[in-house]
Design a protein around this ligand. Structure first.
Ligand code: MN
Length: 259
C-alpha cells in the first residue's frame, strides 16, 4: 500500500507529521505538500507558472515541498511516485464541515486523488483557542484508517476528529445556509479593506457532519464528485436521467428531451 500525504496548511504544519506517522503502519508513505499555507484555496491549480519541488527535512520521512496548491502537490506527487493507492490529506488545523467543503484545500487534495483515479481521505480537527493537541489524535486517526483502508471503502471521504472524540459517526454534509459576509475594516494607513468571513447561521441538522462534531463524535462523510442535481435532472430530462442512472427508464421517452 502506497500513501501520498499532503495538506493545505503547509508542509511544516504539525498535523501532517502525525498523519504520516500513523499512516506508515499501513504501508509506504511519502509527503508532498505546499511550501506555504494554502488554506481556502479549494481545488485551485497553478497554470500560469512552473511548479518545482524540493526535498525537505521532516523527521525521517521522505518529504517534498512544492511551490503550489494542494491539488498541484497531489498531481505532482502521483506523477513522480508510481502506484499510489491513497492520498491522505491533513490533519488540518480547524474543521472542514458543511458548506465549508467548497473552499477546503484539505479536501481538495483528496478530491484531486479521485480525479486522478485514486482514492482520497481528508482529515481535519476543530481547534479551540489553545494549541491543537495532534498527539492526542493519534489513536483516533489509527482507528479511522483501520476502518477505511479497505478495498470496499468509498473512494472519497471527509473525516473530522474532535479532540475528545467518543466514537465514530457516519454523517451527511450539512448544507444549511452560511453567512459569507464581507467585513469592512481599515489598514494602519486608513485605507479601506475587506475580510471575507464565513460563519454558519443555522443550527446543524441531526445526522450531519456539523452535528456529529458538536456532539463529540468523529464525523466521516463519503463524498462524490458529481454535482448533478438528480431531482431537477429527472424533472427536466427523464431520459437523460435514466441513461445516466442505468436502472430507471423515462416515462414518456425521447420526446421529453426535445420538448
Ligand atoms: Mn488549512
Amino acid at each position: 500500500m502506497r500513501m501520498l500525504i499532503s495538506n493545505d496548511d503547509g508542509i511544516y504544519s504539525p498535523g501532517i507529521a502525525v498523519l504520516a506517522d500513523v499512516a506508515r503502519h499501513y504501508g509506504e508513505v511519502r509527503i508532498v505538500a505546499p511550501d506555504v499555507e494554502q488554506s481556502s484555496m479549494g481545488q485551485a491549480i497553478t497554470s500560469n507558472r512552473p511548479l518545482t519541488y524540493r526535498r525537505t527535512p521532516l523527521k525521517d520521512f521522505e518529504a517534498y515541498r512544492v511551490n503550489g496548491t494542494p491539488s498541484d502537490c497531489v498531481a505532482l506527487g502521483v506523477h513522480l511516485w508510481e502506484n499510489v493507492d491513497w492520498v491522505l490529506s491533513g490533519i488540518n488545523l480547524g474543521p472542514n464541515l458543511g458548506t465549508g467543503l467548497w473552499h477546503s484545500g484539505t479536501l481538495a487534495a483528496a478530491k484531486q486523488a479521485v480525479l486522478l483515479g485514486l482514492r482520497g481521505i481528508a482529515f481535519s480537527t476543530p481547534t479551540r483557542d489553545d494549541d491543537p493537541k495532534f498527539e492526542e489524535l493519534r489513536p483516533h486517526v489509527d482507528k479511522v484508517l483501520r476502518l477505511l483502508m479497505q478495498e470496499s471503502s468509498p473512494r472519497l471521504l471527509n473525516v473530522n476528529i474532535p479532540p475528545d472524540a467518543q466514537g465514530i459517526r457516519w454523517a451527511r454534509q450539512s448544507v444549511r445556509q452560511y453567512d459569507g459576509k464581507m467585513v469592512l475594516d481599515k489598514d494602519p494607513m486608513g485605507r479601506e479593506h475587506y475580510w471575507f468571513t464565513v460563519v454558519p447561521i443555522q443550527e446543524p441538522e441531526a445526522g450531519t457532519d456539523r452535528w456529529a462534531i458538536d456532539n463529540g463524535w468523529i464525523s466521516i462523510t463519503p463524498l462524490r464528485l458529481d454535482l448533478t442535481d438528480d431531482q431537477e435532472l429527472e424533472k427536466l430530462a427523464p431520459v437523460a436521467f435514466a441513461n445516466r442512472n442505468g436502472t430507471r427508464l423515462g416515462k414518456t421517452g425521447i420526446a421529453d428531451q426535445a420538448r
